[in-house]
Design a protein around this ligand. Structure first.
Ligand SMILES: [Zn+2]
Length: 94
């Protein structure tokens, strides 16, 4: 018998949004309450261009940040539901 293990978390359990640099792999973690925009560079100075690529890429990042902050506010009494995210259980070898 095989068991599939998953982790389910509410949006309020998110501690930080983590940005990883494609060039040097350094990471910047920002708590959702303090997140106003996508950082413009990594801690080592590599430029991050959230507007690069698709026409509305920057808007998509900002919409995600705004949505995450607003959905974390306790409002389930009015909506009648809560939002959770489900993840594969992290590998113990990682
Ligand atoms: Zn970097």
């Amino acid at each position: 018998m095989t068991f599939e293990r998953r982790v389910i978390m509410s949006l309020s359990e998110i501690k930080a949004m983590v940005f990883e640099c494609n060039s040097c792999k350094s990471r910047t973690a920002i708590m959702p309450e303090k997140l106003e925009t996508v950082p413009k560079e990594c801690p080592d100075g590599h430029i991050w261009q959230s507007k690069f690529g698709l026409e509305h890429t920057d808007y998509i990042f900002m919409a995600f940040i705004t949505s995450l902050k607003q959905l974390r506010a306790p409002r389930e009494e009015k909506t009648g539901f809560k939002v959770f995210l489900e993840f594969e259980e992290p590998s113990r070898q990682a």
